[in-house]
Design a protein around this ligand. Structure first.
Ligand SMILES: *Cc1c(COP(=O)(O)O)cnc(C)c1O
Length: 455
């Protein structure tokens, strides 16, 4: 597959170059020259295929000629010992994307990216050095994804005192090839430090530097997989049963919900996506173009509603972000919008995507309501998705077929918000173990010369 910058269609590169570079040299984002289609045989069996097999079939055309089939097969098996179950709640479905090690959907992208990077750099002598600035979730997923991966060192920069204790242990509790720097400053300071490091000629001579943020095309593509798997299962009228870690209160059976939901099978699904930088929703659009049975999307945001406003009035206006309780979506200038706009016009987007924005009060009310009605614990991000779907229904927007709300994080990750509403949230064993890790971060001032010395 050839990849172009969103800003220049003349200089295509291959997957390895696009993935290892992250951002294109002209500041654009890499996009595939074309979105491939699933072969008919794959399309018709998405509902029954194993998650790893769907991952293999989805990613294959994007890396063909660069990652051999046998390597790709090993890679997806190693990246995904967990899957993305789809659970009925009332007459909706919840697509649970939090069964990975850091309990948020970013595990799906980060774990594939880490293994792909390691393979693509297998013949290089110098280790690859990845620098990431994080406000919380990305750093944890990247640290965990790359932990123990050969030939790669990671340094995560996070703002001191502004990530949760759990997030801090996910970033700074691993050691080994994962370095953690606690910066005396804000997330913007962390980001400025990473930018300064990338443009430092001296550092660039000594180290092979790369980034791992959400604009990387190797993080985006594997996120198309769970859309295809979920839409395929919904189309086939299948759902998954409650796993050990599904956050549902005892005594609430899903059997009744499954009966209520059953009628929607045999139709393409609408996916409701809690969004910030819009990488997740862009991956969904790719899955739909590839032929997964998807009717359309709901772009659910908190009050940082740049994209819903664009869908409504055609004007794209970026703004400073505002703090909310769904803080992984506090984005006023969604970086993946440039990728969406490169493939789809405003008219096309409006046809496929409905937008809705949700404030903190509505988010809290939704957590309470879904818990009361279905015994299901939503995290604040998933609750934004649920409420956005309610808003559209109340406005008379007809959504035919199955409606799946993406639950992007486990509610225990946001216990501080969820527990005052629902009472204690069951904590999955993986998160419990993380809390026992020692902290191994080094504290630094927001000063590039100090960062240079450490690197
Ligand atoms: C990152 C994140 C989001 C936003 O995803 P985008 O791809 O940036 O739109 C939503 N929910 C959670 C829990 C996240 O960590």
């Amino acid at each position: 597959m050839r990849y172009y910058s969103t800003r220049n269609r003349n200089d295509p590169v291959n997957f390895a170059a696009a993935a290892l570079a992250g951002l294109a040299p002209d500041g654009g984002l890499f996009i595939p020259a074309e979105i491939p289609r699933y072969p008919e045989a794959v399309k018709s069996s998405l509902g029954t295929m194993d998650y790893r097999d769907i991952a293999f079939e989805t990613i294959k055309p994007y890396v063909q000629g660069e990652i051999p089939d046998s390597v790709l097969s090993d890679l997806v098996h190693s990246a995904y010992p967990f899957t993305a179950p789809i659970i009925p709640a009332g007459d909706r479905l919840v697509l649970e994307l939090f069964h990975g090690p850091t309990a948020a959907f970013k595990d799906f992208g980060a774990r594939f990216m880490a293994r792909a990077f390691s393979y693509l750099r297998r013949n290089e002598e110098k280790p690859l050095h990845i620098l990431v600035a994080t406000s919380g979730d990305t750093g944890g997923a990247v640290a965990d994804g790359f932990f123990g991966i050969e030939g790669i060192t990671v340094t995560v920069l996070y703002p001191k005192g502004r990530v949760s204790p759990l997030q801090e242990r996910q970033i700074a509790g691993l050691g080994g090839n994962i370095g953690a720097l606690e910066v005396e400053g804000s997330f913007d300071d962390c980001q400025a430090l990473v930018k300064a490091a990338f443009s430092d000629g001296d550092l660039r001579k000594r180290l092979v530097l790369s980034s791992a943020n959400s604009i990387n095309v190797s993080r985006l593509i594997p996120q198309a997989v769970y859309y295809a798997a979920a839409a395929g299962r919904a189309f086939a009228g299948k759902t998954d049963s409650d796993g050990e870690v599904t956050p549902r209160a005892g005594g609430n059976s899903i059997a009744a919900d499954r009966a209520r939901y059953g009628a929607a099978a045999g139709q393409p699904a609408t996916m409701c996506v809690p969004s910030g930088n819009f990488g997740n929703l862009t991956a969904g659009l790719y899955a739909m173009e590839m032929g997964a049975p998807i009717r359309g999307f709901i772009a659910a945001t908190n009050i940082n509603k740049t994209v819903p406003d664009y869908l409504a009035n055609g004007k794209y206006e970026i703004r400073p972000s505002r703090a909310t309780i769904s803080n992984a979506m506090d984005v006023g200038a969604p970086s993946n919008f440039e990728r969406m706009a490169a493939h789809w016009s405003w008219e096309e987007m409006r046809r496929i995507i409905k937008g809705a924005s949700v404030n903190d009060e509505e988010t809290r009310k939704t957590i309470a309501l879904v818990f009361k009605e279905y015994g299901y614990y939503l995290d604040p991000h998933g609750a934004v998705g649920w409420n956005a779907a309610d808003q559209l229904a109340n406005a008379g927007v007809l959504i035919a077929g199955p409606l799946a709300v993406l639950a992007t994080a486990h509610p225990a990750k946001f216990a501080g918000t969820v527990e005052p509403i629902t009472g204690p949230v069951p904590i999955p064993p993986s998160l419990q173990q993380v809390m026992e890790r020692p902290l191994m971060a080094e504290t630094i001032p927001a000063d590039i010369s100090v960062l240079k010395e450490i690197l």
